[in-house]
Design a protein around this ligand. Structure first.
Ligand code: F0G
Length: 557
């Protein structure tokens, strides 16, 4: 047995810092009631870093022995014995090893998991959830997740989010909230590949419309609800272009854990989504304004009333959205695609995807990260302008914030408001802009804008393949088509387009595209600069007469 002895430098008592660290260790200790030497130490240096003021004394200085030999640590009159990682997994409380951290390295402020600040209280930046990975049981290979496929009776193994719990371990597993989210499909589509200009077998649609509320938001909501439960929240709020609110309302109704309060811009939300929030019983507050107005108000209201905020500014939500990428890898049997193409609105997804790949790479679970393409609608193209036209970069955390500030100032002076048929991404001030810039750096990203015409044509192509999507989702396909045409994406590269929301979310846009009613077309789409419906599937009007009906079927069938 190796005896590690910790004492303050020069034999002094440990400092307060050390004592605080010991409390963490004490959290571990009760899990091994008999402090025997049967357990094994994690050889990684991570936990030792908690004792910067301590010296180590050991019966053996042979470092190579650390991994193999049992270890006890004597501190003052107490003895702590450590387990090897696989044994620890039974005992640890993950919240001890997760924390919130400001994304800007120059600030680096950290806060506990139990805190709920909307932004960094020191510099105003965004928080991310960070982990002491070397103290947590991380799988040695992504294939290890396959073990859970046969355990679908267990709600946490069934959940497409919590099946990957060890890659977002901010809560004890048994405290996680699930309504069965994440049963999604990575669907290969040669039809869409052809449309986009890719070779057969190279295009995949990550169909998030299969989630309980019909959009990718449920991935994040499962995680946000888990955090909300950890801290005992009873009310939750969001501003929304419709899908976050539908998801929040659904989770509240199904779990009964919180009451939902949603803020929407008046007339800015598609009917499918509005119908969900109303049906599921959320308090629905319509603000005379757009999403950006609602977003500002909900933050103020959350702060002043202490209501839990579930917009993607909440870092726990993004932890859940990382799993969309884990499932993409799962669908490709753990091979990394060449490109991930995703619509950009509030930029939560793109940020979460970048974090997912950054962490997987750091953990040695993938060898390379895919490239990321974020697609704006032309009428809501803040990211495109800043990144592609003004050259704003993450720059390892030193973003030119003045330039961003000036951009918004001009936007306000010119009274530019977001406007696109893809109402889900009709956003001018994406709250996750900074995180998205980081993701673009991680994934050598590109940003493109696509017109409403391109979005609706791409949507019709996706819909004709059966797994239909809402307009915003189709921006990913329209964007991929542009990037192939530009030669940025090679014809033989493997591309995943994320279809973020279900086709039924926005029936108005779909029916207007396929309609024979020119007035309706002009009212819904013409005003958006959409002039053609190249892939329309128009209804055939026939008299209520058997012969006429048969004739029509023979002509069109
Ligand atoms: N696609 C759909 C269907 C969405 O609902 C959203 C965002 C996005 C894409 C954009 O994703 O914000 O991660 O860049 N909808 C939010 C909402 C804003 O309130 O439902 P993002």
């Amino acid at each position: 047995m190796i005896n590690w002895q910790f004492a303050g430098r020069n034999g002094a008592r440990p400092s307060n810092f050390d004592v605080a660290s010991l409390r963490i260790l004490e959290g571990w200790a009760p899990a091994w009631p008999r402090q025997t030497t049967k357990n094994w130490v994690n050889s990684s240096p991570g936990y030792l870093a908690h004792f910067p003021n301590c010296v180590r004394k050991s019966a053996s200085n042979d470092v190579s022995q650390r991994e193999r030999l049992p270890i006890a640590i004597h501190i003052l009159d107490r003895t702590f014995v450590f387990a090897k990682p696989s044994e620890r997994s039974l005992a640890i409380n993950p919240t001890d090893y997760a924390f919130q951290r400001c994304i800007f390295p120059d600030c680096g402020a950290t806060f506990g998991v139990e805190e709920t600040h909307i932004g960094c209280t020191r510099c105003g930046g965004l928080f991310e959830v960070a982990y002491e990975w070397d103290r947590l049981p991380v799988p040695s290979s992504l294939r290890e997740f396959e073990r859970l496929w046969g355990q679908r009776h267990d709600p946490f193994a069934f959940s497409g989010v919590w099946r990957f719990h060890s890659l977002l371990p901010f809560s004890p597993r048994e405290k996680c909230v699930t309504v069965g989210e994440g049963q999604t499909l990575l669907h290969p589509s040669d039809r869409v590949a052809r449309y986009v200009g890719l070779n057969a077998g190279r295009l995949f649609l990550q169909y998030e419309g299969m989630n309980p509320s019909g959009s990718f938001k449920d991935n994040g909501m499962a995680a946000a609800f888990t955090h909300a439960r950890l801290i005992g929240a009873t009310r939750a709020a969001c501003a929304s272009t419709g899908n976050t609110s539908a998801s929040l309302a659904l989770y509240c109704a199904v779990t009964g854990l919180m009451k939902a309060i949603i803020f929407i811009g008046s007339g800015k939300i598609a009917y499918g989504k509005l119908s969900q929030a109303l049906d599921y019983g959320a308090l629905t507050v319509q603000i005379a304004g757009d999403f950006d107005d609602a977003m500002k108000r909900v933050q103020e209201v959350s702060r002043s009333l202490g209501i839990y905020l579930v917009n993607s500014v909440n870092p726990f939500r993004l932890e859940g959205q990382k799993t969309i990428m884990f499932r993409v890898l799962e669908g490709l049997r753990w091979e990394v695609p060449d490109w991930i193409v995703v619509p950009g609105g509030n930029l939560g997804n793109s940020s979460a995807f970048g974090k997912a790949f950054r962490e997987l790479k750091e953990l040695g679970l993938i060898e390379r990260v895919p490239r990321l393409a974020v697609i704006n609608a032309t009428g809501a193209n803040t990211l495109y302008r800043l990144y592609e036209q003004q050259g704003i970069r993450w720059n390892q955390g030193r973003v030119d914030k003045n330039q961003v500030g000036e951009f918004y100032q001009v936007m306000d002076q010119e009274q530019r408001r977001a406007s696109t048929i893809a109402s889900a991404i009709e956003i001018n001030r994406p709250v996750n802009l900074m995180k998205c810039l980081q993701a673009l750096e991680t994934c050598q990203g590109v940003v493109r804008e696509v017109t409403d015409q391109e979005i609706l044509d791409a949507k019709a192509q996706v819909g004709a393949g059966g797994l239909g999507c809402e307009p915003a989702s189709a921006a990913s396909v329209a964007g991929a088509k542009r990037l192939v045409a530009e030669g940025v994406i090679g014809r033989d590269e493997r591309v995943v387009c994320v279809l973020t929301g279900h086709q039924l979310k926005d029936p108005t846009a779909t029916v207007a595209y396929h309609t024979t009613d020119q007035e309706m077309f002009n009212k819904v789409l013409g005003t958006r600069g959409v002039h053609r419906a190249t892939f329309a599937n128009r209804a055939v009007t026939v008299a209520n007469d058997l012969n006429e009906i048969i004739k029509a079927i023979q002509i069109y069938g």
